[in-house]
Design a protein around this ligand. Sequence first.
Ligand code: ATP
Length: 138
Amino acid sequence: KEKTLAMIKPDGLNYTGYIKRVIDESGFSILKATMVQLDESNAALFYAEHSERTFFPSLVKYITSGPVSVMVLEKVNAIADWRALIGPTDAKKAKITHPHSIRAICGMDTERNCVHGSDSVQSALREISFFFEEMVSN
Ligand code: ATP
């Protein structure tokens, strides 16, 4: 089995019931879950790979605009399967091309896309330890 980090972003929190139902019905086990309010410095660290992008300041503002819900999900092929369920980054496009995806249903646009999923084994390991080893003590 494989683990991935799923995040419900601040704009997705209203849809938590729906998103949890999708998670359950898709065969994932939720191994760990917590709510956190990211501050600017840990948000910047989480999204460090985007630090040079023009949208970075806006992304940090968005992701710190309220609490996020983070979960470790487990199943066979968890990383790719969760990415498939959330759909494309641009929620506006997702509404057309992937209308049943989580981002199509809960998201707004390229930035406010309501959920996150790790994109590789390496990032899943990094992101899981980011929230469940370093940050729980904060
Ligand atoms: P995530 O990493 O959150 O699962 P992703 O892998 O689909 O999303 P990335 O390209 O890694 O997308 O971007 C990380 C996040 O940064 C996006 O989910 C979105 O919130 C924001 N973002 C990406 N591209 C843009 C953009 N062009 N303008 C504004 N925000 C953006």
